[in-house]
Design a protein around this ligand. Sequence first.
Ligand code: ATP
Length: 632
Amino acid sequence: MQEFRGLGLGAGSGGAPGGGGNRWRMRELAQNEHFDWAIFRRALRAFVPYWPYTIIVTVVILAASFGGVIPAWLTQRIIDEGIQKHRMSIIVEYTLTLILISIGTGLLGVLQTWLSNLIAQNVMADYRIALFRHLQRQTVGFFASRQAGDLVSRVTNDVTAIQSVVTTTLVGFVSNLLNIAATLFLMFSMDWRLAVLAVIVVPGFVIPTQRVGKSRQKLQGHIQNYLSKMTVQLSESLGVSGALLIRIFNRQGAEEKEFAESNHTLRDLQVKQALIGRWLFMWLNMFSSIGPALLWMYGGWLVLQNEIGLGVIVAFTALLSRLYGPLSQLAQLHVSILSSVALFRRIFSIMDEVPEVQDGKESIPDNSVEGRLRLEKVSFSYRSGSEKPSEPQAIRWALQDIELTIEPGETVALVGPSGAGKTTLLNLIPRFSDPASGHLYVDGMDTRSLTLHALRAQMGLVPQDPFFFHDTVASNLRLAKESATAEEMEAACRAAQIHDTINSLPEGYDTIVGERGYRLSGGERQRLAIARVLLQGPKIVLLDEATSALDTVIERKIQDALAVLLEGRTALVIAHRLSTILKADKIVVMANGRIAAIGTHAELVQRDPLYKELYETQFHIEGEMQQVEEKP
Ligand SMILES: Nc1ncnc2c1ncn2[C@@H]1O[C@H](COP(=O)(O)OP(=O)(O)OP(=O)(O)O)[C@@H](O)[C@H]1O
């Protein structure tokens, strides 16, 4: 019964959201997917560059379809012209042709598989590259509001399923249609009465196949959901941060249980899916014997009447399977088209996300900025779906009416209570987000007019918890400057007080630092991040100081590294250390998204109660502790 192959719908994605209302927040897949011509057309566009292959594959399918029915015709000739008439030469001639034809169709089959895979793999690679490129243009906020695993699943699982779209849907459609045409042509040209009889039983195949196809699609949707859910769980729980969280809260058991539950559901769904197919096969097996039986009965009578030869019946029974198989597959084609539509809908929903921050047109000539920063009436809000622009009172401003100028070479310390908007302000400078209103200027140029590449090339960022790729120390440093020589890297690391530590690592600069630079301590990570920015050599430095208390030796090393980093550069520092605010040219006190005061430490302690309070509760104590530690 292999003619009924192709009942698998591939990994199309229709179906209901999976269960489990915990942190997964499952993506709704199209359970009641309707045919969307626009999406289908857009999906087909991806195949346009490969039209020469498409034409060749169509010709190959055409040849294979007609080649596929010839053996039945030859069989009829062998029986009726050769065996019945005792002509050995005919038998030999047709038998040899039969062998050649089957070799030929076999070769065409290989060619067809090669071409259709070539098309599918090309389209898949194009989609993966386009998706990845598109994702690279999204803002940091985009990733903050999505599950990384879900995105990974779209770029991998969903795109991989395109393979089945090509083989099942497109190639399947063409080859089934041509197979049916070729078979019907031969049937009707051999004997129209038997051909009509063969067609009469078609609904017995088509209707149940169609029904089962729908159920399989639904199940496939569920399966796709659970696969996506598993990808999310795996990527979250196998990352260092997730692994830490799970362990500290003793959630291993719960995680294992959740993983096991998804797996068990997946197992059940897949068994169910396989069984649905089996029931159908059973029915088709039963039904497939009815067609030949009718043929033998009526055909036998025609033979006895000397109206047809015995070979015609034999040829017809061979042709039956070439008719019913493709017909069943065509009958459920709409299901695989709908699955493909659901799949492409998921892919396109990501492609259609317009990056919040767009590239400007102007570009800064290399290293030409002096580093003057100006923020003019800058307001910013993290938009949430519930907040409508028509209800301004509903908007929660993270920043409001920020006016700030930082002269080249100046260090400005940002201080303020938690949630005051310091990080938000810092993130606006390299345009990780754009303000809702107001303008940011670098050397008098609106940052929105500059290309993101040019703007960010002038800025170095040292975050509170620096990230390092799972790669060598050297490769992580070269992110800042691809062409950096060993000497340059060493000089930057010496200045950042981290060279000796790197040298003591098993393979020095070639040591792999794990995900999030995990083999390094917090202080070392900060210094390595400082070295990275030193290597980059930007005019503007954005720094989110670590909050953790460090011992005096490490603290001194960091202060020394920072002194080199900030020297001669414009710096905006979210300050958590007394030494930093004391060294700053001016201190900006933030509260509730606004600038509450600006001044030097001495001025602010005198006149600003909020700063005084911050100083007394955070910085002053730290200063005292340091003094105590430093006493011999
Ligand atoms: N991605 C986000 N989506 C929605 N709101 C956010 C987001 N990030 C920050 N906020 C909110 O914006 C406000 C300012 O946050 P921000 O992180 O800038 O404060 P902060 O001064 O840096 O605080 P901290 O010192 O604790 O880091 C807070 O009310 C915070 O809850």
